[in-house]
Design a protein around this ligand. Structure first.
Ligand SMILES: C[S@@+](CC[C@H](N)C(=O)[O-])C[C@H]1O[C@@H](n2cnc3c(N)ncnc32)[C@H](O)[C@@H]1O
Length: 122
């Protein structure tokens, strides 16, 4: 993970959206728990002993709600202070870091959503 000198455009993920993000996506059928379980299964298939997970671009932390029960150590990182605030409120004790990640080949100022959920497990 690198920290970008010039942070990408994450303006969609501030203020009002951060407060209604979970509601908007779950009402559209996004199943955070099922997604988290599916990703954990993929991780465990490739790395059976995986014990720690970093949720890159964790947003409101909704996947971490499940992952915290599946891995011994979980942490999140997100560029948006508002999204981090929501995640921290629902995940006491889980470190949620301020970070700008540039690990996607699609990363660019016009493609902030290319950074959705990239768990890093060890
Ligand atoms: C579509 S949301 C996905 C959030 C969560 N992973 C999910 O699946 O609900 C994208 C998230 O990526 C964050 N983000 C965008 N660019 C980022 C960057 N360069 N570094 C870290 N976080 C970034 C935004 O703040 C936002 O919370």
């Amino acid at each position: 993970m690198t920290v970008a000198a010039d942070r990408l455009d994450y303006s969609h993920y501030t203020g009002p959206l951060s407060r209604v993000y979970d509601l908007v996506y779950t009402s559209r059928g996004k199943d955070f728990a099922a997604e988290a379980q599916e990703i954990a299964d993929v991780i465990r298939a490739r790395r059976p002993g995986a014990a720690s997970l970093l949720d890159v671009d964790c947003g409101t932390g909704e996947h971490l709600v499940t992952w915290r029960h599946l891995f011994a150590e979980v942490e999140g990182v997100d560029i948006s202070a508002d999204m981090r605030a929501v995640a921290r409120a629902k995940l006491p004790g889980v470190p949620i870091h301020d970070g700008a990640c540039a690990i996607s080949p699609w990363a660019g100022p016009s493609t902030p959503s290319a950074h959705c959920s990239a768990p890093w497990a060890t």
